[in-house]
Design a protein around this ligand. Sequence first.
Ligand code: UDP
Ligand code: MG
Length: 153
Amino acid sequence: MEQTLVLLKPCTLQRGLVGEIISRFEKKGLRLAGMKMMQLTDAILNEHYAHLREKPFFQMLKDSMMATPVIACCLEGVEAVRVVRAMTGATNGRNADPGTIRGDYCVSNQQNIVHASDSLETAAVELARFFKPEEIFSYTPSNMNFMYALDER
Ligand code: UDP
Ligand code: MG
């Protein structure tokens, strides 16, 4: 099983879409292993978006991520990193396919509803950035045998 990080961005809280977005991941069959509300800081965003620090929109992006608290989620499933990225869709909501979260809920390149880890390596680093080990929970969903074949998990 893989674990991946999803952040519900301030735009999602402001627009009252938290339940709807979490519900999509639940309905897909991903296990919610961790979830918390947190106020992001300049320091954590400098790390989290280090790959974008030379971009002209860097400060605007950080400001948008500090506008309200975010909801951080740890989602688990077979190939969860790829599955969650596919559900998330292209960065720019105007280009994201209908049926993806960004394709269905936003029209922006920045105010794009969720962050999702883009590789297994990134997911491990990002989960450690946003969660303490004791904030990630291990439990067995009672419907596990109906979510996956025996040889899939
Ligand atoms: N972003 C932006 N302007 C851009 C490109 C990206 O504001 O031209 C923001 C957007 O919120 C995006 C985040 O920067 O989600 C991180 O960018 P990345 O390229 O990692 O996209 P993602 O992995 O979120 O699809
Ligand atoms: Mg990214």
